[in-house]
Design a binder for this molecule. Structure first.
Ligand SMILES: *Cc1c(COP(=O)(O)O)cnc(C)c1O
Length: 236
């Protein structure tokens, strides 16, 4: 086994066991949490090593790299789109993805819905929420989302399956807990306002520095990049 494979195997195993421990700690089943390996900065050899380990959920944040990799890698991979999505790239992006995490405006959601209708697709999406109010962060504010919820639910071709957030950068991961808790409560509130066909089962929250706390607060999808590739030299 070469160094690269060994390092990724060790990182992956450690993250898996930390996910399991966080699930146990919060009395959740480990199957209720999916690890998404964020490969936006990973070289192809690293991605190949991850696939060897059985990782099948990969996250990319740029459409060209997503397309390039989806063309090269096996069909059974579930691609998650987690970056800012330009409206002129929606068509190409939804063809490859199982879930778009980063729907940050009504305009974008409407564009996805229109293109979905034209392409006869039913893309699954999450709504990105900016709960920390940081101006450089993307996403709906809580107020904006509550006010527009019924019109978002009226779009017939997209399937809104939950919410996503990025916690503020902080040296103390405990400081992210209130943000994760608020996302979970907002999901419950929106669910109670939703028509019967809308089921908000997904909460995409938690990254390398704070995923255990996110799991304790109900995350179903954790997006982990740097912790998986720790010890390797970055490719780009
Ligand atoms: C890069 C990125 C991640 C992964 O962050 P790490 O701290 O490297 O784990 C997760 N989510 C989004 C939206 C990202 O852009």
């Amino acid at each position: 086994m070469d160094d690269l494979t060994g390092i990724i195997q060790k990182n992956y195993a450690q993250i898996q066991s930390r996910i399991d421990a966080a699930c146990q700690h919060s009395q959740r089943s480990p199957e209720s949490v999916t690890l998404i390996a964020v490969t936006k900065y990973a070289r192809m050899e690293w991605v190949a090593a991850l696939l060897e380990l059985g990782c099948t959920h990969l996250g990319e944040s740029r459409t060209p790299q997503l397309e390039e990799r989806a063309a090269l890698l096996p069909d059974h991979i579930h691609w998650h789109f987690i970056g800012p999505l330009q409206r002129n790239k929606v068509r190409r992006t939804i063809q490859h993805t199982c879930l778009v995490h980063s729907v940050d405006s009504i305009k974008l959601l409407s564009a996805i819905d229109r293109i979905a209708a034209e392409s006869n697709l039913q893309p699954r999406v999450l709504i990105e929420v900016n709960l920390s109010g940081e101006p450089n962060k993307k996403g709906f504010s809580r107020e904006e989302l509550l006010a527009s919820w019924s019109s978002l639910c009226a779009l017939a071709h997209v399937k809104i399956e939950g919410l996503m957030t990025m916690a503020p950068h902080t040296s103390d991961p405990e400081l992210t807990r209130p943000v994760f808790r608020e996302l979970s409560q907002l999901r419950d509130q929106l669910q109670s306002m939703s028509p019967a066909q809308v089921s908000l089962q997904e909460l995409s929250m938690g990254m390398s520095g704070d995923f255990e706390i996110a799991i304790e607060e109900g995350a179903t999808l954790v997006r982990i990049g740097s912790a998986l590739f720790e010890g390797l030299e970055s490719g780009n």
